[in-house]
Design a protein around this ligand. Sequence first.
Ligand SMILES: Cc1ncc(COP(=O)(O)O)c(C=O)c1O
Length: 433
Amino acid sequence: MHSSNKTLVLQDNTNIYDVIEKIVENPNYDEPFFICDIDQLIWNVENWKRLMPRVEIFYAVKCNYNREVLETFAALDLGFDCATMDEISKIIALDVSPNKIVFSNPTKIIEHLEYAKQTGVRAMTFDNEEELYKIKKHYPEAELLLRIRCDDESAKYVLGKKFGVLPGSEALDLLRLAKQLELTIIGVHFHVGSGCSDYYAYYKALCAAKGVFDAAIELGFPVKLIDIGGGYPGETINPIDKIAETTNAGLLDNFPDLSVKIIAEPGKYCCNTPYKLVTQIHSKKIVIDENNKKIRMYYVDVNVYNSLFSVLFGEYYKFRPVCENKNAQLHPCIIWGSTSDVNDKITDKFDYLPDLNIGDWLIVEETGAYTVSISCEYNGLSMPKSCAVISKKNWSFLTTKAPKPIRKEKFTFSLNDFLKDRDQPAIFRKIYF
Ligand SMILES: Cc1ncc(COP(=O)(O)O)c(C=O)c1O
């Protein structure tokens, strides 16, 4: 077969939007899909390294474990934060060294703890007495990070309600118990909360971590690691530059000794911006609201359960037509998801779109974080498939010059296959630019 039938080789001046148009223009294609821009994944990592050169990324696998993300980050030689046995196994399967994994879950299922032991993953977090006894019994050689609670109260998701010990006397008691049990503490961990908005949250948390770190030194532990968790924002309109500055200042003021290793577990920052969700209107209804205003209700072929779960927790996604007429008049509308559930409302009438019709395609930007990894098939509606695009330059980088080059044969993509092959689960596919 002629290769151009198998693989779409795009010209250098082609971008991800051209690919999206190409897919939706195909009269035989009618399913929603996620599309990942791998160039953006790589850029996010480079940007992080530029802003916080001392802080090594241990990517939070829970955020999105699509193959294109994990393979790209493994090629860039990032570390990984895993919360479960399954996440650990996904990373080990990529030939990542267990030293590049932190089992960052302060309350671990015993089977998962034993799996960490089997696979040689030693670094793990804890925040309570019972966990110490559990670790003593099942994995006494583990290297422990004490998770302290340092919340950014204004974060979208304040994780401190569930995890973390206060950095004062309670933390000290846990250190003493660990000593008594002859366990090894190697550092301190915190997570200020997902969707952090307090610029000084990391600075304050680092000051608190310093106190616990020093107490651990006094007790004779070989502490050498600070894990500053995740929480960094992942929206283009909300760049991390300012938080990076205060993080760097917190490190300089509290941990000037460069032999102390600093890692972070960003999830949303790494993989939210590279993804776009493309969906089609399958039904339309016009209603009159209480102010006698005409509201267009569009029903799209994705829903909060199979792709946009965070909507249920107040996350907002902006839709726009794939083929946009910038001069079109805008009208108030509601976008409903494809399930029978009334809570499956994706946007409300404060959203404005041009007059649209059944069959029109919409695009939702910045949908890589906590979407594909949280979805379920409520009403039997399967999650949208994922595909990915990469520029020739970065494809060559990932397969030859990256710290851990990826094997080309793993990443064969055919646009035609994607269009035909409906039943395959979300897999990595490559389109040459
Ligand atoms: C322990 C831990 N680390 C990292 C993350 C990633 O957080 P984010 O995606 O906000 O960066 C989470 C998110 O829940 C977490 O619980």
